[in-house]
Design a protein around this ligand. Structure first.
Ligand code: GLY
Ligand code: MN
Ligand code: MN
Length: 374
């Protein structure tokens, strides 16, 4: 079997190169790339590769060598260096090279690189907007085309087709969860029939140019929210909007989770689903967001100097509160098996934030109108 190759995100970020068997070395102001040599026979089977001769021009490297030269070149480069920055865990190399690195005093560079990856520049934001737009369009089609008695995988196929149409892939295993399946947070079987009267929760996003989108929407399979579904949906939406409003430069990154929890807790108390002193985590057991970028759960510390860090322009976070109510004799049956998450992707800007996925319907009336379209 052959599997698609995806470069490690750190490597992609530094080089924009996505062939296997490549090593980049940055030494004394020079960028040196080691890569596969061109080989006519291999290219018959596997297609063209960049090759050493074209590498400097295409990748902007100062020097390019065949990967086979790493064994001899790397010890020399290491010998000449005062400090070596290398992260062993994500990128193990051949034993011989690992041994050579292990003899030197190495430091992690991830902690520096990941701070860079956390702040997106204009070209990264353009790629993330592209990933958002492709994912929004697929979600919109899925909402329009959902009807009772289809299977979850049929709706899942809308994402497969529409991502591939744009040369995008799934950024993560999609969740297409009808009814009570939505209360299983990592439900990925996506193989059950969709029943009228139940909700469908979809968490799906594409990766394009290496960058991910991460979107969740929840809507009624028969196109109309029941009164109980409407109550819980509006509550999650209110929490999500409040959380998004809390995102701006210098605000603590814990603010969205804090406000989302407050809104959800009060709402569930008002609906008599949760006692005043009740534990919200039985209905809301995950965080309100995570960094988004080359990885879906992107790199970047959430704390700095043992303190919650503050938002900065160029950070991108998801905002994804939810409520999941499993059947229980302590809860009014009208609420059983309601699982709702609403997730958008938010860029921190000078004046506050920009929701990259804003084009996708999420108000109750918008969703119901979209479902009447076909
Ligand atoms: N889709 C993964 C997440 O929402 O974190
Ligand atoms: Mn997410
Ligand atoms: Mn998600």
């Amino acid at each position: 079997m052959f599997y698609p190759f995806r470069a490690h995100s750190d490597f992609w970020y530094l080089t924009g190169f996505s062939e296997p068997q490549a090593v980049a070395v940055f030494s004394e102001g020079k960028y040196i790339i080691f890569l596969r040599e061109k080989d006519a026979k291999t290219e018959i089977w596997n297609g063209k590769c960049l090759g050493v001769d074209a590498a400097s021009k295409v990748l902007g490297a100062d020097l390019a060598y065949p990967i086979s030269a790493l064994k001899t070149q790397l010890p020399q480069l290491i010998k000449a260096a005062k400090n070596i920055y290398y992260d062993f865990k994500p990128c193990p190399l051949d034993d011989e090279i690992m041994h050579c690195l292990a003899l030197t005093k190495t430091h992690s560079f991830a902690k520096y690189l990941h701070e860079m990856r956390l702040i997106k520049d204009d070209s990264e934001i353009a790629s993330m907007q592209k990933a958002a737009d492709i994912s929004v369009a697929a979600h919109q089609l899925a909402i329009e085309q959902t009807k009772p008695d289809l299977f979850e995988y049929e709706i899942g196929a809308i994402f497969d087709a529409n991502f591939r149409k744009h040369n995008a892939t799934h950024a993560y295993e999609p969740i297409v969860a009808g009814g009570k399946n939505a209360c299983v947070l990592h439900y990925i079987k996506n193989d059950k029939r969709l029943n009228a009267g139940e909700l469908l929760l979809i968490d799906a996003g594409c990766e394009v140019d290496g960058y991910a989108a991460d979107i969740s929407r929840t809507f009624p399979i028969n196109g109309k929210f029941s009164p109980a579904q409407r109550q819980i949906y509006q509550l999650v939406l209110d929490a999500q909007l409040a959380a998004i409003a809390a995102i701006k430069p210098s605000a603590p990154i814990t603010a969205p989770h804090k406000i989302a929890k407050q809104v959800l807790k009060q709402g569930l108390i008002d609906l008599e689903i949760l006692p005043t002193d009740g534990d919200l985590t039985q209905f809301y057991m995950h965080g309100t967001g995570h960094w988004l970028g080359l990885d879906v759960h992107d790199v970047g510390n959430y704390q700095q100097n043992n303190q919650d860090r503050k938002y900065k322009i160029g950070m991108v976070t998801t905002v994804e509160p939810g409520i999941y109510i499993r059947a229980s004799d302590k809860i009014n049956p009208i609420y059983w098996n309601i699982g709702i998450r609403i997730e958008d992707d938010v860029l921190v800007t000078k004046n506050g934030n920009r929701v990259l996925t804003v084009a996708l319907a999420k108000e109750i009336e918008q969703i119901e109108a979209l479902m009447q379209k076909l």
